[in-house]
Design a protein around this ligand. Structure first.
Ligand code: PLP
Length: 392
């Protein structure tokens, strides 16, 4: 981690890994041909794109032909949802969860206003999906179910194997937003019958502006972007070769580091959580601590403002978040924590620390030291100070 910055907002975006930068460099000023060109200069590029496609496929145990490069996770989500519905216009029922990222949530909201019947599946207090509700809501009109692999705010992992098997047994198409899961947990699409899956490069140490849509062979999805014949006619637009190469390298690194990260990053996350919950006046962890990403800690400090905590953390060089990156900037309380039934007094005081392999134990101690100071300071000026905490 660079000096004076303790970066713990990796669910918002990650640092591009030095190995990824190195892999990308030749494709800006030396190997800059168009992969679709007939001449040797462009023609030689295609093999690098294919090589990256293979590396992405290997991360999720898919066939390289099932990998479509896009510009970001949001595009992948939109392309999946809209493309599947365009392919079966007669079916008008769609299902999602209450805790999706806006890249899915807002598309469903829009579809709900445009003639689709939308069902939203609830989560419990720990952020776990209600599978019985999903079983009940699936019917013969259901075209598509879109449920995320892991939640960006709490890190809670959904039982995608069971969900995918259930959805497939009822004849609907299943899409999962795996933007937060890819590279952090093992994904095996030979085993898990997901039809479509979204990935975003900048969440796994590749640059912003590159994503992937996995589309299972045989699943009909109308292309979202129309134009040239790139990506076998499934996503038009000249390939972003440097970023595709970078993403391939990032997936290779994620694969290589996954088991170490699962152990080491989780150890740092657990250290941070236990120190804060033991030493703070009132801090509690949100979400299912058994089934979650190794890097995410969502902690509520009751009766104090998450936004104020973030500003004070920021003053000493600690970057964290109080919700998903896309909703920060608005003071709307997190729809994820609200769906879990967390009381407002805790939702407003929630902070998300999301770690990466670049964090250290010293980073955790630094955060704990400042977080405890900040909590005390904010409680001293809060109308709901320590007395209320003691009284409850
Ligand atoms: N889905 C999830 C779960 C996310 O966390 C994000 C980004 O925060 C996205 C989708 C959107 O990805 P992108 O920023 O690449 O559009």
């Amino acid at each position: 981690m660079s000096q004076n910055v303790v970066y713990t907002d990796n669910n918002a975006t990650t640092m591009v890994a030095p190995e990824v930068v190195e892999a990308m460099m030749p494709f800006f000023s030396q190997l800059y041909g168009n992969a679709s060109s007939m001449h040797f200069f462009g023609g030689q590029i295609k093999k690098y794109v294919d090589d990256a496609r293979g590396k992405v496929a290997a991360l999720i145990n898919a066939d390289p032909a099932e990998i479509i490069f896009t510009s970001c996770g949001t595009e992948s989500d939109n392309a999946a949802i809209r493309g599947i519905l365009a392919a079966q216009p007669e079916k008008r029922h769609i299902i999602t969860s209450r805790v999706e990222h806006p890249a899915v949530k807002n598309v469903f909201q829009h579809l709900g206003k445009n003639g689709y019947r939308v069902s939203e599946i609830s989560v419990d207090r720990l952020g776990r999906i209600d599978l019985d509700e999903l079983r009940e809501k699936l019917d013969h009109e259901t075209a598509l179910v879109s449920i995320m692999w892991a939640n960006n705010e709490t890190g809670v992992i959904f039982p995608i194997q069971e969900i995918a098997e259930l959805v497939k047994s009822r004849g609907a198409v299943f899409h999962t937003d795996a933007v937060q899961a890819a590279g952090k947990v093992s994904i095996d699409l030979h085993k898990t019958p997901v039809d479509l899956l979204s990935i975003s490069g900048h969440k796994l140490h590749a640059p912003k502006g590159i994503g992937v849509l996995y589309l299972r062979k045989g699943v009909h999805c109308v292309p979202f972007m129309m134009g040239g014949h790139q990506e076998s006619g499934r996503r038009a637009g000249t390939e972003n070769v440097p970023y595709i190469v970078g993403l391939g390298r990032a997936c290779e690194l994620a694969h290589e580091f996954m088991s170490v990260e699962q152990r080491e990053v989780a150890r740092l996350r657990d250290l941070l959580e236990s120190e804060l919950t033991e030493k703070a006046i009132d801090a509690s962890v949100n979400g299912d601590t058994e089934h979650r990403l190794p890097n995410t800690a969502n902690i509520s400090f009751k009766y104090i403002e998450g936004e104020s905590i973030l500003m004070l953390l920021s003053e000493v060089g600690i970057a964290a978040s109080s919700g998903s990156a896309c909703t920060s900037g608005s003071l709307e309380p997190s729809h994820v924590l609200r769906a879990m039934g967390i009381p407002f007094t805790r939702v407003h005081g929630s902070v998300r620390f999301s770690l990466s392999r670049y964090n250290t134990q010293d980073d955790m101690h630094f955060i704990v030291q400042h977080m405890l100071r900040i909590e005390k300071r904010l409680r001293d000026i809060s109308p709901f100070g320590r007395d209320e905490i003691n009284a409850h």
